[in-house]
Design a protein. Structure first.
Length: 405
């Protein structure tokens, strides 16, 4: 079978990881798989490569007039994908969002007889969705020229309207959590053609590391952290729950002087400048690092943090870092929100707290009071990942739903 997997993300961002793991397993079953995403460097012309798993990767040009390159509205990107559909005529298209660069090629392929599956893994519209609760309030958005902000708001409104309605045209829908069944615009027959499917873990690429060995390998990166300190780890491509985490970390710092925060990925917007300035000397922010360093970065930590405010965005989404955290074999502190909290309870992954800074800080401090238990808790979390976050097992269930052999 000829299969196209379409994502609006750049490599190693967002749904790219989820889509690639599924594409690999489709290729392992003998299918001809092409995965199309957005290039991080190329503006106009696409770039093609083949992975060792025999998945053809096409990175389309990212030029957009006023939208962010990953928002799925780039004209060169969209027309390149439409051309690929016309050229290759796939039998099955898996679109990893409702964005135009994913849905329009999928609908074109469906006109030629292809089956269309759409993955819904982010809640974009509404007052607690990604646009209004994170993108529009961000400093990056506010710093744009007024006309650009105006035009992007129009696009956001169109995007939000189309988000649930495009699912009417799908043969299959994958949902990353149960919350999407409650979306006010979701199709009436959504339950009849959908499956809830969270993301698995890279159990081969991310394995538990001995803490001192991981820190030794990252000696230069961690040079600002005293030897023997407790390290709380946090990895993110964006920080919608920055205020909760930094408020909680400030409370931890007020109680202990031997705890540091290792932050990897996107920078903080300093939405709480007073608190940020007070604890900045206890934060080691290393920015974006090569994905190959992820096992060492996670392995250097004592506890991994996953803060979640109780809002619709977090109740609906699955934080992909959770899959990396359980694979790393470390204790996790997260909030009892959405599917993250559900899975933590269901599979007895430790630790879960109420979604506020006070409870988050108290849980961290309580875990740190028993350092001898950290290794055993981490090992139990890794064992749970091997049982319930195994991509092969998850994809067996997914492909059965798709009727892909």
């Amino acid at each position: 079978m000829k299969i196209f997997v379409l994502v609006h993300n750049m490599p190693n961002h967002g749904s790219w990881f989820r889509a690639l793991e599924i594409a690999r397993r489709m290729a392992q079953r003998g299918h001809e798989v092409t995965m199309v995403g957005t290039s991080a460097e190329k503006y106009y012309r696409p770039r093609t490569r083949t992975t060792p798993d025999n998945v053809t990767i096409v990175e389309c040009g990212n030029f957009a007039f006023f939208n962010d390159k990953q928002e799925g509205w780039g004209l060169f990107d969209i027309f390149t994908r439409l051309g690929l559909i016309l050229k290759h005529r796939p039998d099955f298209v898996y679109a990893f969002s409702h964005k135009p660069c994913c849905v329009l090629p999928g609908l074109l392929a469906k006109l030629f007889g292809a089956k269309l599956a759409i993955d819904w893994s982010d809640w974009w519209g509404g007052h607690e969705g990604l646009f209004q609760s994170y993108v529009i309030p961000s400093f990056a958005f506010k710093s744009l020229p007024r006309i650009v902000r105006f035009l992007r708001r129009i696009v956001f409104a169109i995007d939000s309207y189309c988000e649930p309605r495009c699912l009417r045209f799908a043969n299959y829908v994958t949902l990353i959590s149960q919350a999407y069944y409650e979306h006010p615009g979701s199709p009436k027959n959504l339950r009849d053609k959908s499956i809830v499917f969270y993301s698995g873990s890279d159990l081969v690429g991310i394995t538990p590391m001995e803490k001192s060995g991981a820190r030794a390998q990252l000696r230069d990166v961690l040079s600002g952290i005293p030897q023997g300190a407790f390290i709380l780890g946090y990895i993110a491509n964006f920080n919608p729950d920055e205020a909760l985490m930094l408020n909680a970390f400030a409370k931890v710092c007020a109680q202990r002087n031997d705890v540091w925060l290792l932050a990897v990925g996107a920078g903080f917007e300093q939405v709480t400048p007073t608190i940020h300035n007070a604890i900045n000397h206890r934060i080691c922010h290393v920015g974006y690092r090569p994905f190959e360093e992820l096992p060492q970065l996670l392995g250097a930590c004592d506890i991994l943090l996953l803060p979640l405010d109780d809002r619709q965005l977090n109740r609906a989404r699955y934080p992909h870092k959770m899959s990396d955290y359980v694979a790393a074999g470390r204790p996790i502190v997260t909030c009892d929100v959405g599917i993250a909290g559900t899975l933590m309870h269901q599979y007895d992954v430790k630790y879960v707290c109420e979604p506020n800074a006070k409870a988050f800080a108290e849980t961290i401090l309580r875990v740190l009071e028993h350092p001898a238990e950290l290794e055993a808790v981490g090992a139990a979390n890794r064992k749970t990942a091997e049982a319930y976050w195994d991509w092969d097992r998850l994809c067996d269930r997914l492909f059965e739903f798709f009727e892909i052999r």
